[in-house]
Design a protein. Structure first.
Lengths: 136, 777
């Protein structure tokens, strides 16, 4: 859609949307949000870009193919599960590492890795839909 | 043992890469794997022969009492050696036979995976683990039989083999579960240690029938024999491996393995001897109709398998001794015969034995191998096959009716040997579709080595008697059994019967040219027996599937939705009414606020627009509004995660649907459907809505069980370190569900990707233009 208004507003909006999506992803464990919701927001941002600038431009901006996102996401969810088994617990057992950064705590965990995987899968799947509809 | 299996499966994964890297000599190099496995089994030999089986257990699914238990005793050792040993030569042979084939890397992957699965079958000490490997052999052999997947014949026959063997495998699984619950254990060695428990159990006949069904389908017993000759559509190395030494022997293995626990009853005796006997007779008759060397060998394989099954059924010491020796001899002669037939096909251009003559001059080494194996197959001295046949006759002295059948079958086996190993090679004048020449070394090593082994063990049976034959027989009998093997038995009744067999066989072979064409003409085009049943059932299944698809899933999406909703309403609502209606519905609109009715009004208004509009764009957008209205309700009732998700999903659905609609011709933007369809859809929709409303009211009327909720509330932060219970459930408590959903999403994306690629490819093929990406409009 060669709408100047749409194109001009899209750029800043996308930045905000992507930031929000990561924000939602990371805070998901304690407050509303999470990988699924964050992924949907990111996918909406990409869809907006695809509508404004065309699928080709969106694909170029993305650099990787949506299928790769899906693959990496699935790999992350599975690895998150297997890490539990590596230390001799059940598949998908949550493991936590709390690292002190200054006076703040950085909480890394396998559920977080799992959630990032979900995020990537959701983004990849919806982008696959949108991009294949937009390209000819 | 587990390590050996893992190495074999790992090698299967590495095989394609190695085949590509090594090029032409890949077959020789890859043969190192099965050769190594053979050496491994040989190294186990002395301990096992001393009566100490190799036992290994690794916990797998402790909740179900399933463990990766392995136990290598004499029977396993015999099968393991055959699988790995013949596998070595098949690997080398395939390198020559399929040289230059584009799909050779895939072939080795499948072959090694099959070999590993087969080794798993014969070494498992757990019924469930055995079943897993068993089905794995069905699946890998499906791919191997269908190797030439460009031809329809291959595909049809591969499917047939899969349906018969995997179908029998399912029956077998049911039998295994029965056995497991009867004995209270899935460990095979424990099952067999207490035979009385199984035999006296009321469910014994059923369990026996189910397990036997699995073995019979796998081992191509009548009436399931038909898949085996059809599986000859596979390339020759596959036929020679799967259908002489391994795949079909799995059924025999299973029966032999379970004989100490399930055998010795009248049911066992009659089931196995009757089915085995019927198999021998049917296959003997069908062999007479064949001219294709591979099909001749395939039917003679069925005769041999029937013989083994009925020997297991008889179950006396002598019968089991005969079974073990015969099995060993059969593997050693059938593989080289198949390979030689394949070499002839490869170098001379046909497998029709009536079109081949005098190949011996140009293919002397192939002839030597085929000849030696043929003598063994015919049951003549000084080969191991002779000892096997003599022992079989002796083992059946107590059941003359089986003995008589076996003598006829023996004569026909001799006929097959003559047809495959003598007729195409003998004679001075050469007759063949293309100028024959000797096969390359890779295709000679296997047949020659295996045939030579048959000769060596025939001349000196003492070499395998103590180390291999005795432990194997002991494992089947469940008790040590000392016997000696001799080539020369003295002037016994069995020798006399052998003479009778030979003269019958020679008579058949000498007159073959006279009666065979007439016999073939008589049965030309006749489809009868189990094949006809299978094909009829197959046709009917396809017709039913088509009918049902047309009814439930027609092209029209609206029709599909109507069917789904109508059936849900009819079934769920029907059951609810039948059970006395949805009593306990509670209608208590307590404390509703004005703004709540506002959201309700928005939803209703949007719904009305959806129903009344004639533009699809308006419909899609209005549906989005309905979704937003529902999301606001979630906000009202404090479900933020649900609300956010609903908002986002509805937004994306509208975007994607709009993108689809923009692609379509403008006529498609009008919502179709005449008055009648609208009324029908409306009625179904209202009924669906009413049902859900009623169900929800009924459910909310029930006392709320908060045990799950309070569990999550209590454990979410202390155990899973998250305050957002919804997210903690998604990524931690019920992460397996999420994992499965992620997979579903990925599959959906793959499907969409494939469909769109197809559409694009189709458009390109039609010469349509493909605009540069982006920059549209």
């Amino acid at each position: 859609m060669k709408s100047l208004i749409l194109r001009t507003t899209t750029r800043p909006i996308i930045v905000v949307l992507l930031l929000i999506s990561v924000f939602l992803l990371l805070r998901g464990h304690d407050l509303p949000g999470g990988g699924f919701i964050g992924g949907l927001v990111a996918a909406a941002a990409a869809a907006l870009y695809a509508i404004a600038f065309g699928a080709g431009a969106a694909a170029k901006l993305l650099r990787v193919r949506p299928e790769s996102l899906v693959g990496w996401g699935m790999a992350m969810t599975v690895v998150a599960g297997l890490l539990g088994m590596v230390v001799g617990r059940e598949f998908l057992t949550g493991l936590w590492w709390v690292i002190a950064v200054g006076d703040q705590e950085l909480k890394l965990s396998t559920p977080l890795l799992f959630d990032v995987g979900v995020y990537l899968v959701v983004v990849g799947v919806i982008l696959r839909f949108v991009l294949s509809l937009e390209e000819r | 043992m587990l390590t050996a299996l893992l190495v074999a499966f790992g090698a299967a994964l590495a095989a394609p890469w190695m085949t590509v890297r090594l090029g032409r000599p890949a077959g020789w190099a890859l043969a190192l794997l099965p050769a190594g496995l053979t050496a491994y089994f040989l190294s186990l030999g002395p301990t096992i022969a001393a009566g100490e089986p190799l036992v290994q257990r690794v916990s797998w699914v402790p909740q179900l009492g399933v463990e990766l238990a392995f136990r290598v005793d004499g029977l396993s050792l015999l099968f393991g050696l055959l699988i790995a040993g013949i596998g070595t030569f098949v690997t080398i042979y395939a390198g020559g036979y399929l040289a230059g084939d584009r799909q050779l890397p895939r072939f080795y992957l499948l072959l090694f995976a099959f070999m590993a699965a087969m080794l798993g079958v014969v070494t498992s000490d757990d019924l469930i683990v055995l079943f897993v490997f068993w089905e794995l052999t069905s699946i890998t052999s499906f791919f191997l039989i269908g190797y030439k997947h460009e031809t329809e014949e291959s595909r049809v026959n591969a499917l047939q083999g899969l349906f018969v063997t995997a179908g029998g495998g399912l029956a077998m699984l049911a039998g295994f579960v029965l056995l497991g619950s009867m004995a209270g254990t899935y460990r095979i060695s424990e099952l067999l240690a207490a035979p009385g428990v199984l035999i006296e159990h009321p469910a014994y006949p059923l369990a026996l029938a189910l397990v036997a069904l699995g073995a019979f389908t796998k081992s191509a017993q009548w009436p399931f024999h038909f898949w085996l000759p059809n599986a000859m559509a596979a390339p020759t190395p596959v036929s020679s491996y799967l259908h002489s030494a391994t795949m079909v022997k799995a059924g025999v293995y299973l029966l032999a393995r379970l004989a100490p626990g399930l055998g010795g009853t009248p049911e066992w005796f009659w089931l196995l001897t009757l089915v085995g006997g019927a198999t021998v007779l049917a296959a003997t008759g069908l062999t007479l109709l064949q001219r294709d060397s591979k099909r001749l060998l395939a039917y003679s394989t069925i005769v041999a398998l029937g013989t083994m099954v009925l020997l297991i059924g008889v179950g006396t010491d002598a019968a089991i001794k005969a079974m073990v020796v015969f099995l060993f001899a059969h593997a050693l002669y059938k593989a080289p015969l198949f390979m030689a037939a394949g070499s002839v096909d490869h170098e001379a251009g046909t497998r029709d034995v009536t079109q081949l003559r005098g190949l011996g001059r140009s293919m002397p080494w192939t002839w030597l191998a085929a000849g030696l194996a043929g003598i063994s197959a015919a049951g003549l001295p000084p080969m191991l096959g002779f000892i096997g046949k003599e022992l079989a006759y002796e083992g059946l002295m107590g059941t003359p009716w089986l003995l008589a059948g076996l003598i006829v079958a023996g004569a026909v086996l001799l006929l097959v040997a003559v047809m495959v190993a003598w007729v195409p090679f003998a004679g001075r004048s050469v007759q063949a579709p293309k100028a024959p020449h000797e096969a390359p070394p890779s295709m000679l090593v296997g047949p020659l080595a295996l045939a030579a082994l048959g000769l060596t063990f025939g001349m000196a049976p003492g070499l395998v008697q103590n180390g291999l034959m005795r432990p194997a027989a002991a494992a089947v009998l469940g008790a040590p059994y000392a016997f000696d093997l001799y080539l020369w038995h003295g002037l016994t009744l069995a020798l006399g019967l052998s003479l009778l067999t030979v003269s019958l066989g020679v008579g058949l072979a000498a007159t073959w040219r006279r009666w065979q064409p007439a016999l073939v003409a008589r049965f030309a085009g006749v489809r009868f027996g189990p094949v006809a049943v299978y094909e009829g059932a197959w046709r009917r299944l396809l017709r039913f599937a088509e009918l049902q698809t047309r009814f439930v899933q027609p092209d029209d999406l609206r029709h599909q939705l109507t069917t789904i909703v109508a059936f849900t309403v009819a079934l769920t609502g029907g059951v609810a009414l039948w059970r006395g209606g949805l009593d306990g519905m509670v209608w208590a609109p307590s404390g509703a606020y004005l703004h709540e009715f506002l959201y309700l009004a928005v939803i209703l208004l949007a719904t009305a627009t959806v129903v009344r509009s004639h533009s699809r764009l308006v419909v899609i957008t209005s549906l989005g509004v309905v979704g937003f209205g529902v999301a606001f309700v979630f906000v009202l009732f404090a479900a933020p995660d649900l609300a956010i998700t609903q908002f986002l999903v509805d937004t994306l659905v509208v975007i994607i649907a709009a993108l689809v609609l923009i692609r379509l011709p403008s006529s498609a933007l009008r919502a179709e459907g005449g008055r009648d369809t609208r009324w029908l859809s409306g009625a179904v929709a209202i009924a669906g809505g009413a049902l859900i409303t009623g169900l929800l009211l009924a459910v909310t009327g029930l006392p709320l069980d908060r045990s799950l909720t309070s569990f999550f509330e209590a454990n979410s932060y202390p155990v899973a370190r998250g305050r957002n219970i919804v997210n903690v459930i998604l990524v931690d408590f019920r992460a397996v569900d999420t994992l499965a959903e992620v997979v579903v999403l990925a599959v959906a994306a793959g499907g969409v990707g494939a469909l769109m690629r197809r559409r694009l490819a189709g458009r390109d093929a039609r010469g349509g233009r493909r605009e540069p990406e982006g920059g549209r409009r």
